[in-house]
Design a protein around this ligand. Structure first.
Ligand code: G6P
Length: 613
């Protein structure tokens, strides 16, 4: 989950590295560092390392925005601590004793203890508590003048997940990279070549990238890039053109990425829907599944983490209603370790914005190993999950930078609706008229979302009023419970207010004891057949002192007497209500965070892409 960037070329490296890291800070931000090959006063090449604890700003100030560290080849890192507290000593890059080898790392080296003991016996001195530090030392031990050979020995020795950027002080202008279970790309441009853990880091310089595959090694110089397999043989790779334009990863006048991305939702939904519609039908050739294969599916098992898991909760309702296929939903971190029962003809659907979430990737591999087809709903093109799945459905939400997901979540929901319609149609559970209606309503969603954004002032006022709360409840039934889960997570992530999402009917079986005078209780009531039930649950909370906020469609005025505040949302099909109800909840979380003076795009302790278990 850390960010990696590397550059070798004709420009000064440090400012490029810092600029790249600034775009990767969402991957981790407790410390940062750069290493650059520089000539010393005598003219010999040395690797200079600068590191700072805290946000990247500290490193920029320390290095005069990179101007003080001269040289045209280097690596940089922004960290999300796993082994060892955030500190200068534990920040990357890490070097061997004489800085002959310097490394940045994303991932975890599982057998670092035994390697460290072994190297210590040989006289290597360690200065950090990290797992990463064994890597430069081990490479130094193996290095006999051929970096690729040393790297091959390294990857045969270490266990775990990694993306490494490596420089050797006696190989000026050369930058090496290798990966396993952690993302890493190579970018090529006129004035030099790059490595990065994510596309946004280098989007400003190039859109021409190579996706490094598992255990492939890349060697970059200012003028060329070469790739090697684990046997040290040179291999040919094809470049990919990234469609995102550089502006997509900029704030573009918005105060924060989160607000920008909330505003980009209608566009994200539209971009996800439109390419899949033709002549009033849903077209899914990209899945590579024949109608026969779609009909043969007897169960769906959806697996994901975080907000993507909440999408699965919503998708379950929609799929079961529309395509009449039973759907199980699992957290990826649970699925992989509980020997899940997957009946024959079960289609496994994994959902992930980044396409790199370690648990989701492991769940995908588990399902494939058991012989099941895996369909992935993914945002990042060429990500590990996209590459390993049997079928890929890309959400075209564009780069998402804020840690708390908004537009990717909305695009994932849209993807789930399209798949449900497609499955329903092929399997005959949906007739032509029903399918047409669902498609028509789907196409109206972007306009509904935009309308909600026009009314954001009201949500902002409400957020200001409740910003001092210590606890909150988000409740709902059925699909509304799934929406409540996402609303509660959003709030926790960026406002640090403790909150719980509860199935509204379950509250009275224990947790209602927590309701105190003035505690905000947000009731999601978008499902017409459940209005009355949810209303009763809100009354129960109100009579115990709760401050009731309801989220419900225009036209349902039955909550007027119960709720202290009501946020009305446009009405669409019950199946799609998550797409509209979530928008004010995202704004609510955003404005509370702002009112509390927090760093909304980079909330504490979190990282956007969780590539460790
Ligand atoms: C992290 C993020 C969440 C995200 C989850 C799954 O925890 O902070 O916002 O929902 O990972 O990420 P994915 O990239 O797989 O959708």
């Amino acid at each position: 989950m850390c960010g990696i960037v590397g550059y070798t070329g004709r420009e000064e490296a440090a400012p490029i590295l810092l600029d790249g890291l600034a775009r990767l800070e969402y991957r981790g931000y407790d410390s940062a560092g750069i290493a650059v090959q520089s000539r010393d006063a005598e003219g010999s090449m040395r690797t200079q390392v600068r590191k700072a604890k805290g946000r990247l700003k500290a490193l920029c100030e320390m290095t005069g925005n990179g101007r003080d560290v001269r040289g045209c080849c280097g690596i940089g890192h922004t960290r999300w601590a796993t082994h060892g507290e955030p500190s200068v000593a534990n920040a990357h890059p890490h070097s061997s004793g004489d800085r002959r080898v310097t490394v940045v790392h994303n991932g975890i080296i599982e057998n670092y203890r035994e390697i460290r003991e072994h190297l210590e016996k040989k006289g290597h001195v360690f200065t950090s508590d990290t797992d990463t530090e064994v890597v430069p030392h081990l490479l130094d031990d193996y290095y006999r003048g051929d970096p690729v050979e040393a790297i091959i020995r390294l990857i045969s020795r270490v266990r775990g997940s990694y993306a490494f950027g490596i420089i050797f002080s006696d190989r000026p202008g050369e930058l090496y990279a290798v990966r396993k279970d952690s993302p890493l790309i190579v970018g090529t441009a006129e004035d030099g070549n790059f490595i990065a853990s994510d596309v946004p880091a280098i989007l400003k310089y190039t859109r021409n990238v190579y996706l490094i595959d598992e255990l492939e090694i890349a060697k970059l110089t200012a003028d060329e890039v070469r790739f090697y397999n684990i046997d040290g043989e040179e291999i040919e790779k094809k470049a990919t053109l990234i469609e995102w334009d550089a502006k997509a990863a900029e704030k573009d006048g918005y105060e924060h990425f989160m607000l920008k991305e909330i505003h980009e939702q209608s566009q994200a939904i539209r971009r996800t829907i439109e390419p899949r519609l033709a002549d009033g039908r849903v077209v899914m050739d990209e899945l590579g599944m024949s109608e026969e294969e779609v009909r043969a599916v007897s169960r769906i098992h959806m697996v994901a983490c975080g907000s993507a898991y909440h999408v699965c909760m919503c998708a379950k309702t929609v799929f079961e209603e529309t395509a009449r296929i039973p759907v199980d939903v699992d957290l990826a971190s649970e699925f992989r370790y509980r020997n899940p029962i997957l009946l024959p003809n079960t289609l496994v659907i994994v959902v992930s914005q980044s396409g790199e979430t370690a648990d989701t990737l492991a769940a995908l591999r588990e399902a494939k190993a058991r012989g099941h087809r895996v369909l992935a709903i993914v945002n990042v093109v060429g990500s590990s999950i996209a590459r390993e799945a049997d079928s890929v459905f890309y959400t075209w939400a564009g780069p998402e930078i804020a840690v708390a997901t908004t537009k990717a979540y909305s695009a994932q929901l849209a993807a789930a609706y399209l798949l449900a319609i497609f499955f329903g149609k092929v399997r005959g559970t949906l007739n032509d008229a029903e399918a047409r209606k669902m498609i028509k309503e789907l196409q109206k969603l972007p306009a509904h979302v935009d309308r909600l954004l026009e009314e954001k002032k009201k949500v902002q006022l409400l957020a200001a009023k409740l910003a001092a709360a210590n606890d909150m409840f988000f409740i709902g039934r059925g699909l509304d419970y799934a929406i409540a889960m996402e609303a509660s997570l959003k709030c926790k992530e960026v406002s640090y207010i403790h909150s719980e999402a509860y199935a509204a009917g379950e509250l009275k079986h224990g947790s209602i004891s927590l309701i105190e005078e003035g505690m905000p209780v947000i009731g999601i009531a978008t499902q017409e057949d459940l209005y009355e039930k949810t209303r009763s649950n809100l009354v129960e909370c109100k009579s115990r002192g709760g401050f009731i906020i309801a989220v419900t469609p225009y036209g349902n005025y039955s909550l007027e007497g119960v709720a202290d505040e009501i946020i009305y949302v446009p009405k669409t099909l019950p199946a799609y209500m998550a797409s509209v109800a979530v928008v004010p909840m995202q704004l609510f979380a955003y404005y509370i965070s702002l009112a509390r003076g927090l760093d909304v795009d980079k909330p504490r302790n979190l990282a956007k892409s969780v590539t460790v278990e």
